[in-house]
Design a protein around this ligand. Structure first.
Ligand code: ATP
Ligand code: MG
Length: 451
């Protein structure tokens, strides 16, 4: 891992004009991790400096810049190898709303800038030598040691830091989840104590951060460990916490099952959000038979309705909402390794969503009992193989894939109008059922036959 040329150039130019400048924050953390042999990529190289935006632009006059957030002291420099944000050392004013600092003021001290940051591992700056190579870190809060000891700790008093910005409670889960860190007891205590302040955070920031937590390696384990935090932002999940499933298919309560299934799914937002919500309607659907076995009839529909309510409340994109709600609705539908069933599902869901549905079923099964896994996984595997075959053979599964269209029927004397659609659908049904091939003669015969 090397400091990119654009960062070196930015810092060289600022220093040549008499300023201090350092890479800071996440890039320093990730650089230290990669030096320790971990497989992390540094994606954002942020630079901090004592120069004001005007002074930065003067020092960087030879390069193109964008005024990204002048009031907050940020400009972006465009260099051949990338874009880099440069921000004036800042001190945040008081946070009367727990969301935004009432004011920001610039400071000449890198130490004060580091002190406003959230966690010790994010509060380090990198000193570069004249040759542009790393020459030591500025680490006033012991971030390097915390990183080595795998510990997440707030800078300063954790309670105050979460009062300033409660989103940091979720950021703590994200960093602990990504890097496998233990949350320091004082920080953990303050996260739980201040959790109600999450209500003040905008739903957009909550959804964004939740998505990032879900995509980390260990985020699901943290969410499982902290139901108080997850249900603070998703109160619809409260009935799931500790809700037993006395049923041979299951080994976990509903809440734990949801999170184990998240951990079993590929790192994809649609899939992981689906897993988080797929059984949220189970407590409301539960019944117990005479033998003492629990059943959850209709929980797919109920869960889909709750998932929709949750994602609407969080102002999710329509795309994510539509895909997740559909997958939740179908997650428990019977999917057999039969070409007929799979073609029907392809017709209804489309290829992308059917592939996702199989992944959802895999993740769901992985978080169920041994018996469930033994019975369902081989069947899912056969579905996946069969789906590959159907797709590879380019078999028809929508009206558009048919090798005939409405004009063919009109030419053969069918009156234009709804009758055309009905007849094409009949031909498609025959293809989906496997009674005819997607070939013109057979399709025309099926479409033109009397019903
Ligand atoms: P990522 O790799 O996900 O980008 P990051 O550490 O770079 O992680 P960012 O959200 O990009 O995180 O923020 C950059 C830096 O700004 C952080 O490392 C941290 O020092 C500081 N920071 C960001 N958000 C906050 C916040 N809400 N409170 C305090 N400091 C913050
Ligand atoms: Mg970043």
């Amino acid at each position: 891992m090397r400091v990119p040329d654009g960062v070196r150039e930015t810092i060289r130019a600022l220093r040549a004009a008499g300023h201090e400048a350092y890479p800071v924050g996440g890039c320093v953390r990730d650089l230290l991790l990669s030096e320790a042999g971990e497989d992390v990529a540094v994606h954002d190289w942020d630079v901090c400096t004592d120069a004001t935006p005007e002074e930065m632009k003067t020092a960087l006059a030879g390069h193109r810049t964008i005024d990204t957030g002048i009031r907050h002291g940020t400009i972006t420099v465009l260099l051949p190898d990338g874009q880099y944000e440069v921000t004036t050392f800042r001190v945040d004013g008081t946070y009367s709303d727990g969301r935004h600092p009432d004011s920001v003021s610039f400071t000449a001290s890198v130490g004060r800038d580091l002190a406003r940051r959230d966690f010790t591992i994010n509060a380090m700056a990198l000193r570069l030598g004249a040759d542009g190579e790393p020459a030591g870190i500025i680490d006033p809060f012991g971030g390097r040691e915390d990183l080595e000891r795998r510990r997440l700790r707030c800078v300063g008093d954790p309670r105050e830091r979460f009062e300033e910005d409660a989103l940091r409670i979720l950021r703590a889960l994200r960093f602990a989840g990504r890097l496998g860190l233990e949350i320091d007891p004082a920080t953990r205590g303050a996260m739980l104590e201040k959790r109600a302040l999450l209500q003040r955070i905008s739903v957009e920031r909550i959804l964004d951060e939740l998505g990032k937590i879900l995509l980390t390696e260990h985020g699901w384990e943290l969410l499982r460990q902290y139901p108080e935090l997850l249900t603070e932002i998703l109160p619809e999940l409260r009935p799931c916490v500790g809700f037993a499933q006395r049923n041979p298919w299951h080994r976990f309560n509903v809440y734990d099952h949801l999170l184990f299934s998240v951990g079993s799914a590929p790192k994809d937002l649609t899939l992981r959000m689906t897993m988080l919500l797929h059984d949220v309607g189970k407590p409301a659907a539960a019944s117990t038979d005479e033998a003492g076995i629990d059943h959850f009839y209709g929980h797919g529909e109920l869960s889909a309705a709750l998932a929709e309510q949750i994602l609407r409340r969080l102002h999710s994109s329509n795309r994510l909402l539509g895909d997740v709600v559909e997958l939740v609705r179908y997650h428990d539908a019977a999917v057999e390794p039969s070409a007929r069933v799979l073609r029907r599902l392809l017709n209804r869901l489309g290829e992308t969503q059917l592939r996702r549905l199989l992944a959802v079923k895999r993740a769901d099964t992985a978080a169920q009992s041994q018996m469930a896994r033994e019975r369902k996984l081989p069947e899912l595997e056969r579905c996946e193989e069969l789906l590959e075959q159907i797709v590879a053979e380019r078999q028809a599964f929508t009206l558009r894939d048919l090798r005939i269209n409405g004009r063919d029927l009109i030419e053969r004397g069918v009156a234009p109008g709804p009758e055309i659609g009905r007849r094409l659908q009949r031909a498609l049904d025959a293809v989906l059922d496997g009674t005819i091939e997607n070939e013109r003669e057979a399709l025309l015969a099926a479409a033109l036959a009397d019903p």
